[in-house]
Design a protein around this ligand. Structure first.
Ligand SMILES: Cc1cc2nc3c(=O)[nH]c(=O)nc-3n(C[C@H](O)[C@H](O)[C@H](O)COP(=O)(O)O)c2cc1C
Length: 175
């Protein structure tokens, strides 16, 4: 089973998860920034693990572009986001990204965990939105950003590695 990890990461959260996933996959699995030129032999990989950061409820733009062009047999998705990873918002963000892969490509499984939000973005949102809005400065948003501020943590990286193992095992059993 030939595997490769591609990721997009603006502030490093998704990169850390990508590296944990690559370390759990067969030795020599490449772990590459998808905003840089992609390898010419990309089509030769049985499974692409593609990681994105959630941008306004879907995959970030660079990831969306690559996702739409992947013709590998399997594309396993992983992501980080500021919101609760068990929220509807998280589920829908993954669903939207999964909906972008070309027809016939198998999406075996997805993984999502929290990632700290860029403090500059938080400040900009506090300025832009009234306190009564979801993104304004209020006790709920402050609690949400505080909860995210320690992620991805060691448990997230462990869970990401377990996700990679499970995907691999599942695909190998399918043959
Ligand atoms: C422009 C922008 C839009 C974002 N939109 C969302 C969003 O819709 N939902 C969410 O939960 N987090 C959102 N976030 C937070 C990021 O998804 C989160 O901090 C992620 O872990 C960043 O990953 P990175 O460090 O790999 O860039 C957004 C961040 C930015 C900069």
């Amino acid at each position: 089973m030939k595997t490769i990890v591609l990721y997009s990461s603006r502030t490093g959260n998704t990169k850390r998860v990508a590296e944990a996933i690559a370390a759990a996959l067969p030795q020599g699995t490449p772990c590459l920034d998808l905003t840089k030129p992609l390898p010419e032999n990309l089509a030769s990989y049985d499974c692409v693990f593609l990681g994105f950061w959630v941008d306004k409820g879907t995959a970030d733009e660079a990831s969306r572009k690559v996702l739409q062009q992947l013709h590998n047999k399997n594309v396993a998705l992983f992501a980080t986001l500021g919101a609760d990873p068990k929220s509807d918002h998280a589920r829908k963000s993954l669903e939207k990204a999964a909906g972008l892969v070309p027809e016939g490509v198998n999406v075996p499984s997805c993984f999502i965990c929290q990632g700290k939000v860029d403090p500059k973005l938080i400040e900009a949102m506090y300025k832009m939105f009234p306190a009564s809005s979801l993104h304004g400065r209020n006790p709920e948003s402050e609690a949400r950003h505080k909860a995210a501020s320690t992620h991805p943590d060691a448990k997230d990286l462990q869970d990401a590695a377990a996700f990679a193992h499970e995907v691999l095992l599942g695909l190998e059993m399918e043959g």
